[in-house]
Write a protein that binds this ligand. Structure first.
Ligand code: SAM
Ligand code: SF4
Length: 334
């Protein structure tokens, strides 16, 4: 094959897009306070992409040079047929990495199938090690089930497992050292995430709950020695090695360290919207494109190439104002 002729996805700012995140459902068995409202209305079956449509779009992106696909949600593992979809995407030969973000609730049953489906790395969300706090943050989750899920995933020896923890002041900020110690004990990595203002949530004020990556890092340095790492995983995390351990600590800092300059990713929502930026509404309706032009891969790819022209330069989040972005994280694909 003439690799020079392979089209690439390049935006107006010269950024190459080679990473696609796909939300395969907006549904979830948890209701995390920063992600969803307590009462949510979910999309109907007719509104969401079928698994075949998701696969076709993944294939188109792979043909356009995308090397990494992350499957997310909502909770991806609650969608019927998720494993079969992962298996199919995992067989796309040009893809270097198929990875998954999950809340961990189904990992005791599904880790082995995920491994067999060629999933290389897992991000598992875990904000606290206190069962009552876990219930309060997730509203419906069971900490013991997630901890057992992490152990089940470890037993499958994925290339890498990383904990994702969203830190909120006065809710779980005092636990950052214990979470790192947990990651060290399990020989896995951990990333801390600053909360993003997506959708209107009740129960906490996002400006008051803001706890910056710099504060977390200062807290960690009271107990651990951190050394800046040159590792890049293709995502927005900035990494540090915890000296004397296998563990890396990452910081995803949408507020305090804008990562847009090196953005290499776009998102597909389960409604088929191609979101060009997490913090803006610029999007292209790929569901409409594939339903109006079934089987026309060349046209789908051209629409995707053209969409790069509307990828915004950066996101602007303001915690002191009502969210400008009304879609919730579960509908966005974190
Ligand atoms: N259900 C899966 C999970 O929780 O890992 C995957 C989807 S979830 C939307 C993906 C990630 O987004 C999780 O790590 C979650 O903690 C994070 N997240 C959700 N809402 C967020 C928000 N408002 N700000 C920052 N991160 C958020
Ligand atoms: Fe569900 Fe993940 Fe959102 Fe929590 S963060 S409600 S687990 S989608």
């Amino acid at each position: 094959m003439d690799t020079l002729a392979t089209p690439q996805l390049i935006d107006r700012f010269g950024r190459k897009v080679d990473y696609l995140r796909i939300s395969i459902t907006d549904r979830c068995d948890f209701r995390c306070v920063y992600c969803m409202a307590e009462e949510m209305t979910f999309l109907s079956r007719a509104q969401v992409l079928t698994l075949e449509e998701i696969y076709t779009i993944a294939e188109a992106f792979a043909e356009l040079g995308v090397k990494k696909i992350r499957i997310t949600g909502g909770e991806p593992l609650v969608r019927k047929g998720a494993i079969e979809l992962l298996e199919k995407i995992g067989k796309i030969s040009t893809l270097k990495e198929l990875v998954l973000t999950t809340n961990g609730s189904k990992l005791t049953q599904m880790s082995q199938s995920l491994k067999q489906a060629n999933v290389k790395r897992l991000n598992i969300s875990l904000d606290t090690l206190d069962a009552d706090k876990f219930k309060a943050i997730t509203r419906t989750g069971d900490l013991a089930q997630v901890l057992a899920g992490i152990d089940a995933a470890k037993a499958e020896k994925f290339e890498r497992i990383k904990i994702n923890a969203v830190i909120l002041k006065n809710r779980n900020h005092a636990e950052v050292c214990d979470l790192v110690q947990f990651a060290i004990d399990k020989e896995i990595d951990i990333s801390f995430i600053e909360e993003m203002p997506l959708g209107v949530v009740a129960g906490h004020n996002r400006a008051e709950a803001y706890y910056s990556s710099a504060l977390i890092k200062a807290d960690l340095e009271q107990r651990f020695a951190l050394l800046a790492s040159i590792t890049k995983t293709g995502g927005p995390s900035e990494y540090f090695n915890v000296i004397g351990t296998q563990t890396r600590v990452g910081f995803i800092s949408p507020h305090s360290a804008n990562f847009c300059g090196t953005c290499n990713r776009v998102r597909l929502t389960v409604e088929g919207r191609l979101l060009l930026c997490l913090g803006n509404e610029h999007s292209v309706d790929l569901k409409q494109v594939i339903r109006a032009n079934p089987g026309d891969m060349a046209y789908l790819k051209q629409v995707i190439i053209n969409s790069m022209q509307i990828k915004p330069e950066k996101h602007e989040f303001n915690l002191n104002e009502q969210p400008v972005i009304l879609r919730y994280m579960n509908a966005t694909g974190g």
